[in-house]
Design a protein around this ligand. Structure first.
Ligand code: N7H
Length: 476
């Protein structure tokens, strides 16, 4: 079985969180850093501990409800740490057996391939990113919890261990970015308004009763050295139970997206303007804002289906593998997990599955923004996902699926799908070509994706080692 006390908590269970800070750093003094890290390791939350946190939260909730009280928040905080290739180089740790080409070149060098906007070409390409991410980032602390004070207090503890603010400091802080779950009834929804965190791969040997849906994957799809890791036999012992973390700082232009959806609302008999807009938006994503998949409920939202874990992920695009009346080929959830589109043709997509652990950042849309239909405040998604290969996971999904107007099927589809309207990008262009299938009755009708609403501002690829590796290999 998996050693849940050896795997960092964000990877498999996800740490319970209302707020989460990504704190990026650059190591300035490697020997001292490795000493400081030794004292830091006990702070790292494992999967076993994260599961216990979840239990505690549930128990308190039940108890409060049993007493007729409103559930009160119990303080929870969790810390994880990951390193980039440049971090391992700085620490003098040979990471060549991590093999992953995306990890080894780093995300800045990969940005042109991902389709990010920028200047120059090849080696001299400079992405149009925030300055923080143009520097060499060596590692990231992830600190999540129930509230800002608990998280901030933990960050102070970490800074103390690494002697930040004194002459003996062993790293330099580059930037920290705070994410927050959205307020009220939007709490599990991302900023465009769609329910997020519905579909993640079930892991064999970890998820005991996976709900019906995409078939569970071997642990090695996410964890190095486990069954299903493509490079299982080539790993060094310290790499086992670690996972690659792809982080992306993504802005979302919400008022502009809303305006696009409203302008292109479907004008079908019996639909109000609002219903026509909601249907169009649902067809861009592949799910209604409620979370209900359009493959199962193509014309009307179904809030009960949306929140029923036994049904809300149990679809495969198989009823219409070659057609897009139910769900457009380019819809975000079909592009990023094509299910039967490939599996029924005999292609396994197991190695392309990722565990997503993102969080929203930035304020709610203000009245002024809504009136001007223009983004005035930065908001979006701190996208984070885990996988045993970035080249087959995040990078592949972004490059070969989301950005590829011919996917799925290429020539065989009756209509060219177009890029993923949510995350697809073509060399930084705002005009991203045509998407078909948004109108269920006339799938050949296209809409022009003449703007882009998700804009990358930075990111990096990291490796999130096991606790044993932190203690015995990375710390001194
Ligand atoms: Fe996506 N969105 O609101 O439209 N995503 N995503 N994503 N995404 C998903 O199933 C969104 C991004 C995947 O198994 C849902 O949890 C937004 C990147 C994958 O069915 C919604 C952004 C990548 C899935 C969104 C964004 C992915 C998925 C449905 C950026 C990888 C699961 C809810 C700001 C390259 C697919 C759910 C499956 C689902 C949205 C980014 C991948 C609503 C706004 C960068 C694999």
């Amino acid at each position: 079985g998996l050693d849940l006390r050896n795997i960092q908590g964000d990877i498999l269970s996800g740490m319970p969180k209302k707020t989460e800070t990504f704190y990026f750093f650059q190591i300035t003094d490697a020997p001292t850093f490795r000493q400081h890290l030794r004292a830091f390791v006990p702070l790292v939350k494992t999967v076993a501990q994260a599961l216990k946190d979840r239990d505690d939260i549930d128990k308190h909730k039940k108890k409060d409800e049993g007493h007729g009280n409103k559930p009160h928040v119990i303080p929870i905080v969790g810390v994880n740490v990951s390193f980039s290739h440049f971090g391992f180089v700085k620490l003098g740790i040979d990471d060549s057996k991590l093999i992953d080409p995306a990890f080894l070149i780093g995300q800045r060098q990969d940005a042109q391939g991902l389709g990010d906007k920028g200047t120059g070409d090849g080696e001299s390409f400079v992405p149009d990113w925030d300055d923080a991410f143009k520097q060499d980032i060596h590692g990231v602390f992830i600190v999540s919890g129930d509230s800002h004070p608990t998280v901030d207090k933990k960050i102070q503890d970490i800074e103390k261990l690494f002697k930040i603010g004194t002459n003996a400091a062993s790293y330099k802080k580059i930037v920290s970015i705070r994410g927050d779950v959205r307020p009220g009834d939007q709490s599990a929804h991302e900023h465009f308004g769609y329910l997020d965190g519905v579909s993640n791969p079930a892991i064999i040997g970890f998820d005991k009763n996976p709900p019906p849906g995409p078939k569970p994957v071997q642990a090695g799809v996410i964890l190095l050295g486990q069954e299903g890791d493509q490079n299982k036999d080539g790993r060094e012992p310290w790499m086992i139970d670690g996972s690659f973390l792809a982080f992306r700082h993504l802005l979302q232009n919400v008022p502009e997206f809303d305006e696009f959806v409203n302008k292109n609302r479907l004008q079908l008999p019996g639909l109000t303007e609002k219903e026509g807009a909601d249907l169009f938006g649902a067809r861009l994503v592949g799910r209604w804002k409620s979370g209900a998949p359009v493959d199962l409920t193509p014309f009307l939202d179904d809030p009960d289906l949306a929140t029923d874990p036994l049904r809300n992920n149990n679809f495969h695009f198989s009823a219409e593998r070659d057609f897009q009346k139910l769900c457009p080929f380019a819809a975000h959830v079909r592009k990023t997990n094509p299910r039967a589109d490939l599996e029924e043709l005999g292609f396994s997509i197991d190695r392309n599955r990722i565990l997503r652990r993102g969080i929203q950042f930035g304020p709610e849309v203000t009245r002024a923004e809504r009136q001007q239909k223009k983004t005035l405040h930065r908001r979006g998604l701190l996208f984070a996902c885990y996988q045993s290969s970035i080249a087959s996971g995040f990078q592949f999904i972004q490059k070969s699926w989301a950005n590829n107007p011919d996917f799925p099927f290429g020539e065989q589809t009756p209509e060219t799908p177009g890029v993923d309207p949510i995350i697809g990008q073509l060399r930084g262009q705002t005009d991203r070509g045509l998407m078909s299938g948004t109108n269920p009755n006339t799938p050949a009708t296209t809409v022009s994706l003449n703007d882009i609403w998700v804009i990358p501002r930075g990111g990096e690829y990291f490796f999130s080692p096991s606790v044993k590796a932190l203690r015995e290999t990375i710390a001194a």
